[in-house]
Write a protein that binds this ligand. Structure first.
Ligand code: FAD
Length: 398
């Protein structure tokens, strides 16, 4: 065990991924940002290094590793390329973990095979009129004989256009039109009729992964496409969102990795850069800044590792995952911003990675639950109460 309580196997994993991140992954990062192309070559590198499907159980071809192992890989990758870090999140956490926990045998086999072959599944929850208020979604699935017909629009779907497997959330209605609950349907782009990628969002950062609008126009799926958690359709959305706690920990880890990468650059530069005849790290104003940055990073890392460890044998705890994501996402933005400041004008240049890191890290207080909404989650858990946000105290039903 080392200071962070990591096993020798985890320390080795960390060292191996850091080497990969500092080599071929780092060399491609700026180009991925500039060209906005999904890095399929990095997907191959992740596959070769065994960093995809780490959390998938061995009987489905994965490695059955802990969340913390995936976190260590994501953290190291994100220090040089956040896009590659995010790919590692979504091939180890989120939609794939929901299917592995709650899917049928056939669904598990299919999803595991697709991910292990390099597909990054897409999770489709957010809609133009239903963001933080996911219960207000209007995408619906209507039972028609032996099929479901899905209609609606999702937006800001990570991987839209490159992902093949999609987990799509919709309000399920029975044959008579009665509402049964929110369900998750599996569909495959270019195979499932009626799933259309209609627009790519022009994003501020994280440009190597497309964010897309996806339309479902009479998308036709069999009932076997529905992922039904143990508590059934009525309460199933809460179960499926429980799986999302792993993705939240993963997202926090990407933010941490970016900030750690930026901090390291600032630390090194502070020794090299000389002004007034001395290295700039001899100025107390910058020494204290470095101290504050390192304190924020250590605290964020401790929260993330704790949340990851809480998920052994299940999913990370909702409260711990939310605390980790709020704290890390907000502090990582500050750390990257401070790191950029160390470089003066150079920090503002696209020839250095700081400006890319500042754009990339900005996302993490938004995607996967905003910092505000996650504070509601934290408060609700502390108070042991549901904290409905609608005026009438009920879930919204658009
Ligand atoms: C890069 C990126 C990738 C994404 N990937 C995906 C994806 O793969 N799949 C997917 O389904 N979605 C994805 N999203 C969408 C993301 O989950 C939503 O953006 C997020 O849930 C917030 O919804 P919204 O953007 O509609 O903001 P809104 O819900 O409109 O919120 C606007 C503002 O109001 C605040 N607010 C809202 N309600 C409350 C409240 N009750 N209390 C306090 N403040 C509140 C919010 O915090 C925010 O500051 C992604 C977003 C981004 C930026």
């Amino acid at each position: 065990m080392n200071a962070s309580g990591l096993s020798s196997d985890q320390v080795k994993l960390q060292a191996r991924v850091r080497e990969l991140a500092a080599g071929p992954i780092a060399r491609r990062a700026a180009e991925i940002d500039r060209t906005e192309q999904y890095p399929w070559d990095n997907v191959d590198l992740l596959k070769e290094a065994g960093l995809i499907g780490m959390t998938i159980p061995p009987q489905y071809g994965g490695q059955g590793r802990d969340w913390l192992d995936a976190v260590l890989a994501i953290e190291a990758l994100s220090a040089t390329c956040a896009v590659t870090g995010r790919i590692a999140v979504e091939t180890n956490m989120g939609a794939i973990s929901a299917v592995m926990a709650y899917g049928s045998e056939d669904q598990k086999k299919m999803a595991a095979a697709m991910v292990l072959a390099g597909d990054k599944p897409a999770i489709c929850i957010t809609e133009p009129d239903a963001g933080s208020d996911a219960n207000g979604m209007t995408t619906r699935a209507d039972r028609k004989g032996n099929r479901y017909v899905v209609n609606g629009r999702k937006h800001w779907i990570t991987g839209g256009g490159v992902s093949r497997l999609h987990l799509i959330f919709a309000k399920v209605h029975d044959e008579k039109g009665a509402f049964e609950g929110i369900g998750g349907f599996l569909a495959i782009r270019d195979e499932t009729k009626g799933l259309k990628i209609t627009k790519r969002e022009p994003t501020m950062g994280l440009r190597g992964i497309p964010e897309a609008v996806i339309d479902f126009e009479d998308m036709d799926v069999p009932p076997s496409a529905l992922v039904i958690p143990p508590r059934g359709l009525k309460k199933g959305f809460a179960d499926l969102m429980n799986a999302y706690n792993s993705q939240r920990v993963g997202a926090a880890t990407v933010a941490l990795g970016i900030a750690e990468g930026a901090y390291q650059l600032a630390l090194d530069w502070s020794e090299k850069r000389r002004q007034f005849g001395r290295p700039i790290n001899e100025f107390q104003g910058l020494q204290w800044k470095l101290a504050d940055m390192s304190i924020k990073l250590s605290a964020a890392q401790a929260l993330i590792y704790k949340a990851a460890r809480s998920g052994e044998g299940g999913f990370p705890d909702m409260l711990l995952a939310a605390q980790a994501k709020v704290f890390t996402s907000e502090n990582a933005i500050q750390v990257v911003n401070d790191a950029l400041q160390f470089f003066g004008a150079r920090g503002y240049s696209r020839e250095l990675p700081l400006e890319r890191m500042a754009r990339d890290v900005r996302m993490f207080t938004i995607g996967g639950g905003t910092a505000e909404v996650l504070r509601n989650v934290v408060a609700g858990a502390l108070l042991g109460k549901k904290l409905p946000q609608t005026r009438n105290g009920w879930n919204s039903r658009a």
